[in-house]
Write a protein that binds this ligand. Structure first.
Ligand code: GDP
Length: 461
């Protein structure tokens, strides 16, 4: 592979000023390049530096001028991130020293790494499979401990192990079918068919269990997308501020966009809640007024959960009913706010619409009912049971889609058996199912998909 013959380099730390900055190099020429850009303090041959030990010295230009003080680590193949010779230069975390070292490294024969190329090499060189490689980015972008744990499990290969178990089962079915074709006595075929059907049903159950874990898995990784809506002046921004003050998990700004697309995350008892359109709430009294009905509808349809805020001290108004109409197909928690001013609203009517459990009396002003809202959100996600501790959970939509495909193939195979279709024809569906599962681990995945996956990584990873 020509791509793998290049020696690649990248700045592995985030841009900006920091304590340290790291330039990472991987490939055949790593140590040769190091010889050109590094002068150890204690005189020694770079080739004598033991693998995975730290050596102090200076990064230098070709003319010998010092760029910065550095610590260097060599990780010799195959015991490195990429399984190739990897060198890390740790310098001061200033923009100039890092850039100067990077320039020298490139000048001496390294190519700039593509986003995700180090991890891609770990995959292409067989150290980790594709699901594990995908977990690397999930570890980096995890926003809660629960999310981190799920990503680490996947990185350790827990999901892959489950997938491979099912794939092996499918393979052994194919072998059985082959054998029965070679010995076409009628009774052999009958026994085989019964066996295959049982094995298919077992495989189906395993695939289904994994596919179903995505309901939770997607929330663990990406958060429960939640819109806080209601007519002006009911207390939306007051509620938002209280929730953020107690539970803010992380703020991610998407560079180059307006403040509208700032994403805010809450961590509510381990549940990651991604708030939609908070800018609309904060900057005007009315989300609908500010961002328009169409986008409000968009926000509503993109959310897993709606927190509808109502003024408990007032009758339901026309505007409230219009909003209620917009969200009638969604999961809704209705907050009856301002109970400190009295309870005028028709609570019984709202119970009828949203269900008893989804009505929360609140006074944001007096901090009453916030905990009930949080409990309810947790309850919605975990249905009262925490299965988060399970080893393999599917958190990635790509995996979920492939599991669904495998499930279809397996179900079709079962139906074919029930319809007495000749067993050798069933093997087509079994092979398809095997293929779909293999695309999760990367055994059968196409190159452009691999490319797309790694292009989403950050530079230097
Ligand atoms: P928004 O337009 O829905 O975002 O509403 P705000 O959060 O801006 O609140 C509107 C007004 O209601 C403000 O003056 C708040 O102080 C007040 N408010 C919010 N929550 C309560 C509450 O629980 N009780 C009372 N009495 N006033 C509240």
């Amino acid at each position: 592979d020509i791509m793998l013959e290049r020696t690649i380099a990248a700045i592995a730390t985030a841009p900006g000023e920091a304590g340290i900055g790291i330039v990472r190099i991987s490939g055949e020429k790593s140590t040769e390049i190091l010889k050109k850009v590094f002068k150890p303090k204690r005189v020694m041959d770079i080739d004598d530096i033991p693998s995975r030990t730290v050596v102090y010295g200076h990064a230098v230009e070709s003319k010998g001028a010092v760029i910065d003080e550095v610590l260097v680590i060599i990780m010799r193949k195959p015991y490195s991130y990429t399984t190739e010779d990897v060198v890390e230069l740790h310098c001061h975390g200033g923009i100039v020293p890092i850039r100067r070292i990077m320039e020298e490294v490139l000048r001496n024969g390294a190519d700039i790494a593509e986003p995700g190329e180090f991890t891609k090499r770990a995959f292409l060189n067989g150290r980790i499979d594709l699901a594990q490689a995908e977990a690397v980015i999930d570890v980096i972008t995890a926003k809660t401990e629960t999310g981190l744990n799920a990503a680490l499990n996947q990185l350790e290969g827990e999901l892959s192990k489950e997938i491979k178990k099912i794939m092996e089962k499918l393979l052994s079915m194919l072998a059985h079918i082959e054998a029965s074709i070679d010995f076409p006595e009628h009774d052999v075929e009958e026994i085989t068919t019964a066996n295959i059907k049982n094995m298919l049903l077992e495989a189906k159950a395993s695939v289904m269990e994994l596919a179903e874990s995505f309901d939770e898995g997607k929330i663990v990784r990406d958060g429960l997308s939640t819109a806080i809506i209601g007519r002006p002046n009911v207390g939306k921004s007051s509620l938002l501020n209280v929730l953020l003050k107690e539970n803010r998990a992380i703020v991610t700004e998407i560079p180059g966009t307006t403040r509208d697309i700032i994403e805010e995350y809450l961590n509510i008892g381990g549940v990651l809640v991604r708030l939609i359109d908070t800018a609309g709430i904060r900057e005007s009294e009315d989300i609908v007024e500010r961002i328009g009905v169409e986008r409000t509808k968009g926000a509503i349809s993109n959310s897993d959960l709606i927190v509808l805020v109502l003024d408990a001290s007032d009758e339901l108004r026309q505007e409230d009913n219009e909003i209620i109409d917009l969200i009638k197909d969604k999961k809704v928690i209705a907050v009856l706010n301002k109970t400190d001013l009295g309870l005028v609203i028709d609570e019984a009517y709202l119970r009828g619409i949203f269900g008893e459990d989804n009505i929360i009396r609140m006074s944001v002003k007096n901090l009453i009912g916030i905990d009930k809202l949080e409990e309810r959100i947790k309850g919605l996600v975990y249905h009262g049971k925490l299965s988060i501790s399970k080893n393999s959970m599917v958190t990635n939509i790509r995996h979920k889609n492939l599991l669904d495909k495998a499930l279809e193939n397996i179900e079709r195979a079962v139906l074919s058996i029930e319809d007495n279709i000749p067993i050798d024809l069933i093997s087509v569906d079994i092979r398809e199912a095997w293929n779909s599962l293999g695309a999760i681990t990367g055994d059968t995945v196409e190159e452009d998909i691999v490319k797309e996956i790694f292009s989403k990584f950050c530079i230097g990873k």
